[in-house]
Design a protein around this ligand. Sequence first.
Ligand code: GAL
Length: 948
Amino acid sequence: MSPSYVEDPSPGHGSLSPRAHFRSDARSLSLNGDWRFQLSPSLAAAPEGIEHPEFDDSAWTGLPVPAHWQLHGHGKPAYTNVVYPFPVDPPRVPSDNPTGSYRHTFTLDADWLTQPAVLRFDGIDSCARIWLNGTELGVTKGSRLPSEFEVGPLLRAGENLLAVRVHQWSAASYLEDQDMWWLSGIFRSVTLLARPTGGIGDYWLRADYDHTTGRGTITVDTVPGARLSIPELDLHDHPAAQPVELPAVEPWSAEQPRLYHGELATDAERVPVRIGFRTVSIEDGQLKVNGQRVFFRGVNRHEHDPRHGRAVPREIAVADVELMKRHNINAVRTSHYPPDPAFLDLCDEYGLWVIDECDLETHGFERLDWAGNPSDDPQWTDAYLDRMRRMVERDKNHPSIVLWSLGNEGHTGANFRRMAEWARDRDPGRPIHYEGDHDCAYVDVYSRMYASHQEVEQIGRGEVDNPRHAELPFLLCEYAHAMGTGPGGLLEYRELFERHPRCQGGFIWEWIDHGLLQRTPDGREYYAYGGDFGESVHDGNFVIDGLLFPDRTPSPGLIELAKIYEPVRITAAPNGIRVHNHHDYRPLDHLSFHWTLEAEGIPVATGDLPVPTVHSGQSVDLPLPELPATDGETWLTIRAVLATGTRWAPAGHQVAWGQLPIAPATTPARTGATRLLHAPAGLRLGIGAFDPTTGGLVSLGGHQVTGPRLDLWRATTDNDRGGHPSEAGTWRAAGLHRLQHRISEIHLADTELLVRTRVAPPGLSFALLADYRWTADQDTLRLRLDLEPEGEWPCTLPRLGLHLAIPAEFGQVEWFGGGPGEAYPDSRQSARIGRYTASVDDLHTPYVFPQENGNRVDVRWAELSTVDGQCFRIAGVPTFDLTARRWTTADLDAATHATDLHPTDQVHLHLDLAHHGLGTASCGPGVLPQYRLHPGKAALELVFSIPR
Ligand code: GAL
């Protein structure tokens, strides 16, 4: 039997009223560090009397605080998306309820006893009972929310004993069913804070900005007698109770996060404050800050680190914010709980719009058709309201927060309505967001997740049934599921956000893959996902869906997003260059523009491009700079870079770029055709040797090769596998992964070898007729592949091209074409025409769950070389898509973790005419019609040579 508090829907007891999180000159003592710890399989099995000094914990182990016990060898992490990993029987939880007993002693000097003090826990997952020096302080729930307890009278000079009992499961677990790892323990800081009598118990500083006059107004709610000083604004010891009117202030925005530094003081305490003037409003169906519609170039951020789980150290928050700023992201939704407070400080400082989301999700009830959902059940009302209060009170002073979100995926109900009403009453200055209020009955913005492009277009045009949906600002709180390769279709979303003023952007799902760092038995590191810890109920790799890999390396999806979210667009104008300022507020004066002229990818000239002041929303057309004459295909690349360093990037950091074609490629003249030779060892045509019985190429320039052979398959991506029916499912049902190649004719002509084939899956009658036509001149071997479908094709094609395997020694690649990173038809805005080099190993993108990756688009030519300078060259007529990897597509398709991939003794090349797009069907819309690859008549032409 559990004591009632564990299974009690109430928010807990004993804690103080919530208040703002702030630092002051009052004493504080961090209690983070090494604590004594023991994990018991249930509450019943947990030791009694841990709160008493005489309790013997010598048999316990140490555990760091903050941390999750599962990441320190006690119990195991478990991942589920929607389903509760225990029977749905609210508010009851399993008797097998892992319970962590914690003890920590700390020493105080006598000064601590002269004033009141509170003990603050910034986050405990999921429910804790707390004692100090043998006296019970209370019980707290609400894992990602703070709790404070009055402890002054209990403190002792000398040694003090804090004892905490944490339960993995509690009634509150029903409210915390977010799509993430179940991880328990005291995972955020624990602090003892002196609360001087007459000090600043709490404060709320609101700084409004009137964009029509430039005036700022400050109002402060705090203790009587407090004084506000802002030396920069010539404000000194102003009575805080009286509003301050300032005739001219600089506003705060995500683009220019101007913070004024000040101090709020009483005789007993001084609190440093930071003031950002901004006013959030909804006018004309648009969400505005300081009178200006904002465009959310957003991401959803969970707190995750591959070693620490959600116990993220401050450096991680800094890394995230800097990475976001460097990739043109301007907004964050703190999915799906208030983050560690340090993150919000950084958002204020660096400039990010924030949707602060409450720690509340009951998604698992969806499987029961929402029967018994707490969201509409009065016994949970207190818990819902308590969570909202604790978030709003903690975070109310952050200018970066422009919307409060009630939570995520908890369906709808009276309790959400009560939260909204409470928050609106408490803070009329911030609109309310909650996607689950589909009717928009109690929210201020219309929010959707994963709406298709077509639907966003309809919403933008106001073609909706519910009038609320036509009048409120619209945003996608989640879109473009960044799981595996992709997402595809970002460009078209951006176009919609730019076309419809009420469509104010969205938040990519999601920022980072939640992989947990593990080792194989032989010591190789890999990232674990659902099921890797032996969970009986789990959702596999659905937790690996971020723009960052778990180690925070940007994935190709983030590189693409940075291009899509560029706040400046550089394109061709009728007679020159167009520079369009897509910032919401600022002119382009903080950027400098430079150009580079490249012929065949080699720089031939560079220069600065003077750009006059361009205000937000405006553009300017500039003449082309004076350019020298060049030989070969020539491109002009213009880059917009930071003119001076900022706190998130040095001067010279690239914010945006554009490319203009200057001169097209010239076609090299062909020398006389070479004759097909019938040598004793086989057929020879120029540098190629062929098998006379199959007509297949066996060697090229003396190096053994396998192929080229038609290949339609790709190692299916998470997005290919998503949707009903999935694209991958139809491809597999059509047998595209096991095609058979029948040679129907080998025709030997004077200067040509023609091999006709019929390529088809077993058991089915449709086919692709593939003709390989080989010709050669002195130095080059040329292949023309003609394709023609036969019969009724039931599906699209994953890819259309050739597989060619060459010896493993050819491990270095240089190419002229799209790069430097991978690209696919619907995710290729970040591919720039240039000359690039990479090793075959580096061309592979290490997705945590291996899948198709690494395609380079628009390749004019590629050279593969060995360390000792031997080289193959493949040129497209005019271009092809290139993939090079050390394993086969089948190996890649079979692998479930990166450590499953082992190099073969060949480099496997894919020389493709086309690819199917990526889409985001792993959660959301599939591939847009224009990026779907349908079978049809097609031809691919390639020229092979051996450069000397
Ligand atoms: C949403 C949900 C997210 C996440 C996402 C899929 O429905 O809000 O938490 O589960 O789907 O990855």
